[in-house]
Design a protein around this ligand. Structure first.
Ligand code: GEK
Length: 241
């Protein structure tokens, strides 16, 4: 797996973060070293997909990146037929996903779509997964996506989403940041790399509080909601229609 060294050397100015070729090449290393419990999230979501899959319905992965969820879903679903529509607006990410899919047993069950999730229609869905992607949209687009997802889900259908979050209390927010940067240091990122990535994400990744997210999903109509995993400033939800 190519190693992420993108922010290791000093850069002045630090350009805003984008999902370009350079990021796509090292993405799997980057996300595993930057998102606590990432492997656990993907593995359990694949198992949730198996549990909640409705025959003939569609599974969506919005902001699919290089396809870690699709790979896990193919493995966990084994020979069970399913149709996953994996959407991303980065051609570079989808190129890596497509290459992986060629060698993935059962990979033909996944369709890749290069589109903006804020403008994408969700129809006849049994499961929709949105991992660490709402955080890159404007607040209005986040509302629009979650509303559309609710409308596009079948009754009993499930939305699984994960986000980097912020705490409304400043002291707890600082505590979460400290532990998060500690996690990144433990994974080999230098203080310089951490500081430059933080600068690159300023105004690009806008985290919200748990309360903001719960308000949005309940406002869209979801009544059965649970946080199934939380680690300081990272959170994963399950919402059932
Ligand atoms: C995973 N879910 O491995 N439309 C479509 N895609 C978008 C948009 C948009 N408007 N904005 C950003 N993206 C993945 C990880 S990464 C999270 C998701 C991260 C895409 C962007 O191109 C990238 O692939 C993904 O959302 C976010 O579980 O890097 O922090």
């Amino acid at each position: 797996m190519p190693h992420d060294t993108i922010y290791d050397d000093p850069r002045r100015p630090v350009p805003p973060f984008t999902f370009d070729d350079r990021v796509a090449t090292v993405f799997d290393d980057m996300i595993q070293r930057s998102v606590p419990l990432y492997g656990e999230i993907i593995q359990r979501q694949a198992q949730l997909i198996r549990r909640f899959h409705q025959e003939q319905s569609r599974i969506y992965d919005l902001g699919c990146s290089t396809g870690n969820l699709g790979v896990a879903a193919c493995r966990v679903m084994a020979d069970t037929p399913f149709r996953m529509i994996a959407v991303d607006n980065s051609a570079a990410m989808l190129k890596v996903y497509d290459e992986r899919r060629q060698h993935l047993p059962g990979g033909e069950r996944i369709e890749l779509v290069n589109a903006d999730v804020a403008r994408f229609r969700v129809e006849d869905a049994g499961i929709v997964v949105i991992n660490f992607t709402l955080q890159f949209l404007s607040l209005a687009d986040r509302d629009r996506v979650v509303d559309r997802v609710y409308k596009g889900l079948r009754p009993g259908g499930v939305l699984l989403f994960s986000e980097k979050i912020v705490h409304a209390d400043d002291a707890f927010s600082d505590l979460q940041q400290d532990f998060y940067y500690g996690f990144k240091r433990e994974n080999g990122y230098s203080d310089l790399a951490i500081a430059q990535k933080r600068e690159a994400l300023e105004n690009v990744l806008i985290p919200e509080t748990v309360a903001d997210h719960l308000k949005r999903v309940s406002g869209a109509g979801f009544k059965r909601l649970d946080i199934w995993l939380k680690w300081f400033n990272f959170c994963s939800w399950i919402c059932q229609k």
